[in-house]
Ligand binder design. Structure first.
Ligand code: 5GP
Length: 121
């Protein structure tokens, strides 16, 4: 699978995005189709296609993405009221861009579970 996705182009500034955080390892920008009053994506600059492709050496990087989420929550006033951080994987997880990303959603109480059909177990 090619590692070149729309997120690679956002990292390289080939396409624009509303970037709200950047460091050597990570980038965060507003989701183009927000599902909450505050919805940003936190991505590693290293292209990793899915959760299934995360290697042992990526563990500090994945932890760092969560630290960035917590920092953004604090900076934007959501740390105490709460927020949701989620990473989708492959088709059933709802993944559409194959460069891992944390969705950070905030500003409204979230529902649970994340599907609308009643689950038969
Ligand atoms: P996924 O479905 O893979 O978990 O999430 C991909 C997310 O990327 C979606 O929420 C979608 O709205 C967002 N997205 C897709 N293309 C772009 C884009 O070009 N710019 C931005 N800012 N977000 C995008």
């Amino acid at each position: 699978m090619s590692s070149d996705t729309i997120f690679t182009k956002i990292i390289s500034r080939e396409i624009p995005a509303d970037i709200i955080y950047e460091d050597d390892e990570a980038l965060a920008f507003k989701d183009i189709n927000p599902q909450a009053p505050f919805h940003c994506l936190i991505i590693p600059k290293k292209p990793i296609a899915t959760i299934n492709d995360i290697q042992v050496e990526d563990m500090p990087l994945i932890g760092h993405l969560y630290r960035v989420a917590a920092q953004l929550a604090k900076e934007n006033g959501f740390a105490d009221e709460g927020y949701r951080v989620v990473m989708n994987c492959n088709a059933n997880g709802g993944q559409t861009v194959y460069h891992i990303h944390l969705h950070m959603l905030a500003g409204k109480a979230m529902g649970w579970p994340p599907y609308t059909e009643k689950l038969k177990v």
